[in-house]
Design a protein around this ligand. Structure first.
Ligand code: MG
Ligand code: MG
Length: 627
């Protein structure tokens, strides 16, 4: 298998696009004509730059409005084609993409189109070039790959083949199994794109909302399995028209693109044992058993109020690192690591972002296998010098430059707490908190898809539909990555502007990261009592919330009173009830949440606006010190 991406998918000028594409590990690049036209160098020079980067030009595109034209338009399209052929030869590529005609002048008719392609194939063959025909979903007469294939079949020319684009096929819900009977040598290239399900005009949807395979909602895997069944083993090429990508970082989008293709091929290979789409072996996606720990970086002075807050939440200092100023606070299965080291990555992270939950440890089956897979998917590895007696925990960089560690039970990593730490107090469950329910990460909206793909390609987890959370100052898009057992739940909030509470968090902590941690309890009322007894002050929720809640769910007034007295928020779905209790914010906007799930599967999105309003009240007037 070879990977390729169209230059149109990225921002910047051609030179910087090529640099990003090469760096991300692609084998080839589709040169989009406009990128070349606005570039100052000759076709020959473009070809040289591409090859200097170790890339090949997988194709040149697009050639529009070709087939089925009446004279004299027909003669002119052939003249145009000859000019493109000149450019292609100078650039050094042999394949041109011809997309189906959208011109009102096009006459239609399979035989007419086939005859045109036969002649074009003849002209291409004289120069050693090939012509690939793609059915646009909005083509005037040809808008279905089955018809495009029929044209190619009737053209019956060695230099004329078919180009399949997952978007055009899947957007029109065309049966992908129709691909299985196409001879592989007639498929000149596969273009891939996913998209979120939005009911809109096909052309607009395609030009603005495509995204990487795995980032959207289309059955791209089914499409690829059908392609794999033909024996096709050449380029998988991304052609992603997306406004956000074209405004984003070419480097980040390229890395996402390469990751999406490697992950897609991995899934095809696991589903179809005898596929010709060979790729380097890598371990399968990992099962996550739970969150092994969350690590905070903080300076010694600020650590005192954080430790006091943890104390009121019922955590006890459980262990101390044997050689570093690192302590573990524990309750139930929850481990919170407080790192006040003045050296190492934690300290650099502190210097940049301030006090923050900068690292998380995922408990998986095989930590080192998970790490290998992450690296194969283009994750950036992380390691730092070890002190004597320390065990190297495999890790990669995650959201906002934070660290994701991998731990398991069966290797030497399983004993890390005993080897590197000395116990201080036996862990207790003073407030009834048993596990981490979810981790909430806040990021810029344009990073959301990156991390969605990161988690879902690495771990056995799925995404849930995007939810809009209304902050009085703007919209925050929220998407969840979770696994079936609920042992992994990450909510990701994408802030579009810096005025929302999420946006403010990013601005104040100089980057994306973990904004809150939610802990489970089996009895929220009991936990709330124990917490108040320990001096915990919960986030005060507006009394109006409870009036509305009572009416909305038809709650018993006594029950509503109990919720109100403890500032507990409530929600319900088809599966059960949900209870939430929040702490005020700590340093830069970080906070804790306590939840009880009685079968409920969501995250209380309907309550977010009330939580945001309550937190805002604490923060205003702006500039006042935080609780
Ligand atoms: Mg295409
Ligand atoms: Mg939450």
């Amino acid at each position: 298998m070879k990977t390729s991406i169209a230059t149109v998918s990225l921002s910047g000028d051609l030179r910087s696009k090529l640099e990003a594409i090469a760096k991300a590990g692609f084998d080839g690049v589709e040169i989009f004509e406009n990128d070349f036209l606005v570039f100052d160098e000759s076709p020959r020079e473009v070809g040289r730059i591409v090859r200097d980067h170790g890339l090949a030009i997988s194709l040149f595109q697009p050639f529009r409005d070709f087939e089925g034209m009446p004279e004299p338009l027909r003669a002119r399209t052939f003249d145009r084609a000859e000019r493109k052929f000149d450019v292609m030869q100078e650039m050094g590529t042999d394949l041109v993409l011809v997309c189906s005609n959208v011109s009102p002048a096009a006459l239609g008719g399979l035989d007419r189109a086939a005859a045109d392609f036969r002649e074009l194939g003849e002209r291409a063959a004289r120069r050693g070039l090939r012509v690939g025909y793609e059915a646009l979903a909005w083509g005037r007469h040809i808008n279905d790959h089955r018809d495009a294939w029929e044209v190619v079949r009737r053209a019956d020319h060695e230099n004329v083949g078919l180009i399949l684009d997952s978007f055009h096929t899947l957007a029109r819900k065309i049966d992908v199994n129709s691909i299985r009977s196409i001879p592989k040598e007639k498929i000149f290239i596969i273009q891939l794109a996913d998209a979120p399900l939005i009911d809109m005009d096909l052309l607009y949807w395609s030009r603005h909302f495509r995204n990487m395979p795995g980032e959207g909602d289309l059955p791209v895997l089914d499409f690829m399995r059908a392609v794999a069944a033909t024996g096709y083993d050449d380029y998988l090429s991304l052609e992603i028209f997306n406004d956000q990508f074209r405004g984003g970082s070419a480097t980040a989008i390229s890395v996402d693109g390469q990751r999406s293709l490697v992950y897609l091929a991995d899934r095809v290979q696991r589903a179809e044992t005898d596929t010709a789409l060979r790729m380097p072996d890598m371990p399968d996606r990992s099962d996550v058993d739970g969150i092994a720990f969350i690590e905070f970086t903080i300076d010694a002075e600020e650590a005192a109020p954080l430790e006091a807050l943890l104390g009121t939440l019922g955590f006890r200092r459980a262990a101390r690192h044997r050689s570093k100023s690192v302590t573990v606070f524990q309750q139930g299965d929850i481990r919170l690591v407080i790192n006040t080291e003045s050296r190492g990555f934690a300290n650099s992270s502190y210097l940049v972002h301030g006090a923050s939950a900068y690292a998380m440890g995922l408990l998986v089956d095989d930590a080192r296998a998970t790490h290998r897979r992450a690296l194969a998917l283009g994750a950036e590895g992380f390691s730092q010098p070890l002190d004597e007696g320390e065990i190297e925990m495999p890790a990669v960089h995650g959201v906002g430059g934070g660290i994701v560690y991998f731990l398991d039970r069966d290797s030497d990593l399983g004993s890390i707490w005993d080897v590197e730490f000395e116990p201080v107090h036996a862990p207790v469950t003073q407030a009834g908190l048993s596990a981490i329910d979810h981790i909430a990460q806040t990021m810029h909206y344009d990073e959301l898809l990156t991390w969605l793909l990161f988690y879902t390609s690495l771990l056995k987890a799925h995404k849930t539909p995007l939810v809009d959370i209304i902050d009085p100052s703007g919209i925050v898009r929220s998407q969840v990555v979770e696994n079936a057992s609920g042992s992994l739940r990450i909510t990701m909030n994408g802030a579009e502007n810096r005025n929302t509470l999420a946006g403010r968090f990013i601005a104040e902590t100089f980057g994306s990261g973990i904004q809150h941690l939610a802990f489970n309890t089996d009895d929220i009322f009991k936990t709330a009592d124990q917490l108040s007894a320990g001096g915990f002050v919960s986030l005060a929720i507006s009394p109006n919330y409870y009036d509305d809640l009572e009416a909305r769910f038809g709650l018993d007034p006594d029950f509503t009173e109990r919720l109100k007295a403890k500032n507990i928020l409530y929600d319900r779905d088809d599966h059960g009830e949900y209870f939430q209790l929040y702490s005020p914010t700590f340093s830069g906007g970080f906070f804790f949440e306590i939840v009880e799930r009685r079968g409920y599967r969501g995250y209380g999105a309907a309550n977010a606006i009330f939580r945001i309003a309550a937190l805002r009240k604490l923060l205003e007037p702006a500039g006042m010190p935080r609780a």
